[in-house]
Design a protein around this ligand. Structure first.
Ligand SMILES: Cc1cc2nc3c(=O)[nH]c(=O)nc-3n(C[C@H](O)[C@H](O)[C@H](O)COP(=O)(O)O)c2cc1C
Length: 192
């Protein structure tokens, strides 16, 4: 891996204080820093976005939306841990993506790594498919493999937040490495 610094914006699509996805995101952030990336986390709970309503921006975007748009614009790579709600992505995550992409699209040309933890055996397979589709609509590129599904989340974590199954760590590491490599290739082709 080349030694240029990429900016990563890390987001967990859950506001739950004991969120499995936020736990998984901490490990992913750690892995990304080992690959020399500069990682910033955006906490959707702290950001406290309003529910999307086009009328709200008639008087200018709310401050939280400006913060979100700027955070996305400053990133080269998005690292998103998504839960699965009713076979799809949670409303809080979709709401954030909708606000961020309103009027202008700061996602254009970004690269993303997505993964997720859920309590069932499907481990966010269906929500990740939807998230891929949504990000595709915004011209975000994702590597096809590996896909990381953290199944049976209740028993997937050690008390310190690390994964019980070391294979998950390895898959996350491969996903992040492949995503950063794609982002580097795009960065290089832009400067050619
Ligand atoms: C409204 C709702 C719908 C859910 N639907 C699914 C689902 O379709 N598939 C699944 O695997 N888990 C589902 N779950 C369980 C989540 O996997 C579980 O709540 C998980 O802990 C959420 O992620 P978090 O810990 O990061 O908040 C659902 C939970 C809620 C509250």
């Amino acid at each position: 891996m080349k030694n240029k610094t990429l900016n990563i914006l890390a987001i967990a699509g859950s506001m739950r204080s004991e969120s499995y996805n936020r736990k998984a995101l901490q490990t992913a952030k750690h892995i990304a820093t080992e690959f020399n990336a500069n990682v910033t986390e955006l906490d959707l709970k702290t950001l406290d976005l309003p529910l999307y309503n086009e009328d709200l921006r008639a008087h200018g975007f709310p401050e939280s939306v400006v913060e979100l748009k700027n955070a996305v614009a400053s990133a080269d790579v998005l690292l998103i841990a998504t839960p699965e709600y009713n076979h799809s992505i949670p409303g809080v995550l979709k709401n954030a993506i909708d606000w961020a992409s309103d009027e202008t699209n700061p996602f254009e040309g970004k690269t993303a790594a997505i993964f997720g933890a859920s309590k069932t055996m499907v481990g966010t397979l269906r929500s990740q498919l939807h998230l891929r589709q949504v990000l595709g609509a915004l011209s975000v590129e994702l590597v096809p493999q590996p896909q990381v599904f953290i199944r049976s989340a209740r028993t997937a974590f050690q008390p310190d937040g690390s994964f019980v199954d070391p294979n998950i760590n390895q898959q996350l590491s491969q996903l992040i490495e492949a995503t950063l490599a794609l982002a580097y290739r795009k960065q290089e082709s832009r400067t050619e």
